[in-house]
Write a protein that binds this ligand. Structure first.
Ligand SMILES: [Zn+2]
Length: 479
């Protein structure tokens, strides 16, 4: 009889341990962080400059690339930032820009980047997409937050420091490709040029994460999300062949039927392995103190719940799930040309994002094997490996973390996994520390306005961003 009491007693003990671990984590300052009020005069001055940049339509078009609009944009930049134009060594490579600010010493250099091109405006705008309208405390228009804001603010930081006669300790580069949105060769060309010059970079800072409130449901507070790893990218084509024929008398196993079974199979039994890696574990570890209690109870006790979380996180948050595994999304498809004609051949394409523990080859082999079960051929159109994660204990990460702490007191810095792509991946050849972060405080609507209607950014987020870049420029030697 006595032994029967052991089970409830053990349960009570377990719950007590879980609770103690969760309750012992005290909320950090990020939970109630209030960002400092920006100087309205500076906000206005910078907003006007960004507005001028947004008025220059710099949509990149893969099929009809017009480099002249980028030349016009450069002219505008040098009007807005005349000291940068005068004092820095500027190189232009087919519309891509690189500006070098010579440092006092030859130690590791820092490169700040921001692509010049934007995606087409699309539909459903209320504000004119290329008017650069400033109203309600924000600047509206295509490119405001993706990503002319960062070019505006790092060039402004240089402009102000140059006016004071400042010279950085190490070389500082500013770079901007004009083909990021079309996955073009702008950044590779820039990297090739830098390699030719023998440039070695200790830090590259590109777009990626930003400063967000409650970045994950249930996590209170304000966080600077610094991308330390970019998932790999792939496009695959899955083709099913069949005899074709008239649609009035179909046989079993048509090309479409097999493709459909294949898609359903992948959807039902996701073949990719979910796993927390160092980055995702550290990200959640930093969030945990500011989670609501039920969530905190789980995340403060990863020793018990990691396995379960790995399984359910994707169901709670697709974004969260995508950080833990390779993903595949079916995107395009084509069959026969006639409503009543069975296709001899039908295909669908799949867009893949590869995680490090199942890189390109392994993930592709897995999916090809499933496709083969349905007599479907797999063709790899493009495949790029995920980047090597940058440690959150590295000097480069610490420098960015310190800059954030200096300019945005109370905000917590978290490392995170980028599920989207940036130009920074091309720089991995010449830099071990390509971090993806820009110092702008975005609300949910602003974050969602990337590549969508009503893109905008707050005027008040520009002055701290200028200060952040000044900190990086002044302390580049620490990266
Ligand atoms: Zn972008």
């Amino acid at each position: 009889m006595k032994y029967l009491l052991i089970i409830p007693a053990a349960l009570v003990l377990l719950i007590a341990v879980l609770l103690i671990r969760a309750l012992s984590l005290k909320p950090t300052a990020a939970r109630d962080a209030v960002l400092p009020e920006a100087d309205p005069k500076r906000s206005e001055e910078y907003a006007k400059k960004l507005s001028e940049m947004v008025k220059m339509e710099t949509v990149s078009d893969r099929d009809n690339f017009d480099v002249t609009k980028f030349y016009a944009y450069h002219k505008k930049l040098w009007e807005l930032f005349p000291l940068v134009a005068e004092k820095l060594e500027i190189t232009e490579i087919d519309g891509n820009l690189i500006a070098k600010w010579k440092g006092k010493t030859d130690g590791g250099a820092v490169l700040l980047m921001s692509h010049q091109d934007v995606v087409p405006e699309g539909d459903n705008w209320i504000h004119e997409p290329f008017s650069g309208e400033i109203s309600d405390g924000v600047i509206w228009g295509r490119g405001t937050m993706d990503t002319k804001c960062s070019a505006c603010c790092f060039l402004q930081a240089a402009e102000e420091l140059l006016a004071e006669g400042y010279q950085p300790d190490v070389d500082i580069y500013f770079a901007g490709s004009c083909t990021e949105e079309i996955s073009g060769d702008g950044a590779p060309k820039t990297v090739a040029w830098l390699k030719e010059q023998g440039v070695k970079l200790s830090l590259v800072l590109d777009e990626g994460g930003a400063i967000m409130d409650e970045p994950v449901g249930g996590v209170k507070g304000t966080y600077a999300m610094v991308g330390v790893l970019e998932k790999g990218y792939g496009d695959l084509k899955f083709t099913a062949k069949s005899k074709g024929g008239h649609a009035s008398a179909p046989s079993k196993g048509t090309a479409w039927a097999r493709l459909a079974m294949f898609i359903a199979d992948v959807e039902k039994k996701d073949p990719f392995v979910s796993r927390f890696n160092d980055t995702s574990l550290e990200m959640f570890r930093r969030y945990t103190p500011n989670m609501d209690l039920p969530m905190r109870l789980v995340f403060a006790n990863m020793w018990l719940f990691k396995g379960l979380l790995t399984k359910v996180i994707g169901k709670i948050s697709p974004q969260g799930g995508a950080m833990l595994k390779t993903t595949l999304a079916f995107t395009k498809g084509k069959g026969s040309d006639g409503y009543n004609v069975l296709p001899m051949e039908a295909y669908v394409t799949g867009n893949m994002r590869f995680i490090n523990h199942q890189p390109t080859d392994e993930s592709i082999a897995l999916i090809s094997k499933i496709a083969a079960k349905y007599d479907i051929e797999t063709e790899v159109l493009t495949a790029k490996q995920p980047s090597e994660p940058i440690s959150y204990t590295s000097d480069a990460f610490h420098l960015v973390e310190r800059a954030i702490g200096e300019v945005f007191p109370g905000v917590d810095t978290v490392p995170y996994i980028m599920t989207g792509g940036t130009d920074a991946k091309f720089y991995e050849e010449i830099c071990e520390n390509c971090l993806r972060f820009y110092p702008f405080h975005l609300n949910k609507q602003q974050h969602a306005s990337m590549h969508a209607a009503e893109e905008n950014i707050s005027c008040s987020t520009l002055p701290p961003a200028v200060d952040f870049y000044k900190y990086i420029i002044k302390n580049g030697k620490d990266a």
